[in-house]
Design a protein around this ligand. Sequence first.
Ligand code: NDP
Ligand SMILES: N[C@@H](CC=O)C(=O)O
Length: 417
Amino acid sequence: MGRGVANIIARQTPQLAPLNLKITRAAVRNLTPARQAEHPDIALTTDALSIVNDPNIQIIIEVLGGIDLPFALLQQALKNGKQVITANKDLIATHGRELTALAQQHHVALNYEAAVMGSIPILRTLNTNFAGDQITALAGIANGTSNFILSQMQAGSSYTEALQLAQQKGFAEADPTNDVEGLDASYKLLILSRLAFNLDPKLSSIQRLGITTLRRADFAAADFFGYTIKPLVQAIRQNQQLRLSVAPTLVPKNHALAGVANEFNAIQLASNNTNSLTLSGPGAGSLPTANAVVADLQAVALNLQAHLTPTNAATHLEAAENLDLPTQQAISLTSNGVVTGLDVATQLGIHGQIFASGDQLHLLTQAVDRHTVAQWQDALSHFVGIQLHHILPVYDPTVRGFVEKFQSDEKKMNITA
Ligand SMILES: NC(=O)C1=CN([C@@H]2O[C@H](COP(=O)(O)OP(=O)(O)OC[C@H]3O[C@@H](n4cnc5c(N)ncnc54)[C@H](OP(=O)(O)O)[C@@H]3O)[C@@H](O)[C@H]2O)C=CC1
Ligand SMILES: N[C@@H](CC=O)C(=O)O
C-alpha cells in the first residue's frame, strides 16, 4: 500500500497540490540499489526509527504491518510531536487507547481511516455524522480477502486457488491467517464498536469463526434454504451490552449485503434517526486503501496549514458487557450414509429444515442461545456416524433495527415475482 500512497501523492491532484506534500523518506525491509533507483526523490532506509526521529519530518504514515514495531515507532513519533496516520487495525485495536491518549497529550493527530474497510469512509462517517443520533446495531463485510475467497468458491474455485489469487492481488495480509480466521475482521469490529457505541469491548467477547471449514456443499445448502454465505461482522447494542460476532453467516439472498462480492466491503448502520444507512466499496487492495490514507493526509495537512489542534475520536470509552440473543443456526455435517438428518434433528431437539445431498447433511435450526450451540457442538462431535464441519449463524436483519428496509425489500420482491 505504501507504493499506492506514493503514486497518489505524485499525481498532485488540484486538492493535493496546494498542500505541498512531499515524501522525503521511506522505510523498507529489503533495500537494494535498484529499488532506490526507482524512487530518486525518496531516501529509502531500513531504519524506520531514524525517520520517526527526523526533525525535518512533520507527518508519519505507518503501513508496515505487525504490532510491536509500529507501536514502538508510533509512540516515539507522537512523543516527537509528529502527526500520525496508520492503516494498521491490529495496532489500533490492540493499543489504540494508549496511542490516542498520547496523541491528545502532544496535541497531534492520530488518523486511521484505512484500517477499517479500506476505501469506505466509515470512521469519518461515525465521527462526524451521528452527533445527534444513537447507533443501535451494525452489520457488514469487513474483510476483503474472506469475501473474495467465498465469492470465488461460490463461483466454482477451490479454497486454495481463491486464497492464492487474493494474495496475488494484494488483498491478504502478509500472513493470511488473520484474514481467514476472522481476526482481521475482529480487530476492525473492535475499532468500529468504539466509534459507533463509545464502548470498549474485549477481543475475547467476539464470537469468532473463520472461513477455513467452508466447502462448496455449504453454498448449495444455503441456496436451497434461501440464503448466501458472507463473512459478516455484527454488533448489536442494548444499553451497555454488546453482542459481537465475526463469522461466515447465512444472509438472505434478497438482502443488500448478499450482493456485496469479492474484495468489496459494506456496512449497514441502524440508528434511531436514520433507521438504516449503507456504505459499500473496495475493502482491500493498494490504490483503494491508499486513497483512504491520502484522505487522512489531506485532513492532517489542512489542519497544519490552519494551525488547528486536531481532535482525536473515541477518547472516553466505557466497558462493554456481553449480550446473548437467540440466533438461527446452519449445521453442516457429513454422514456415514446410515444416520439421517431427521435422526440428528430428533436427537438434538431441532425444529427446522433439512437439506441432504449424498452424504452431506445440512440443518437450518430454530433460534437458540450460545449455550445451546455449545451443547449441540459437543453432542455432534460425539455423535456416532456423523462428522461435524461447522455451525454457522444465520443473519436476521429484523433483530437489529433494519426492519423497515428489509420489509420493503421483501415487498419489492413480491410485486415483481
Ligand atoms: N493490503 C491491503 O489491502 C490493506 C492493508 N492494510 C494494512 O496496511 C499495512 C500494510 O499492508 P500491505 O501494504 O498490504 O503490506 P506489505 O507487506 O505489502 O507492505 C509492507 C511494507 O512495509 C515494509 N516493512 C515491513 N516491515 C518493515 C520493517 N521492519 N522495517 C522497514 N520496512 C518494513 C515492507 O518492506 P519490503 O517491501 O522491503 O518487504 C513493505 O514495503 C498493514 O497494517 C495492513 O493490515 C490496511 C488496509 C488494506
Ligand atoms: N487483508 C485485509 C486488507 C484490508 O484491511 C482484507 O482482506 O480486508
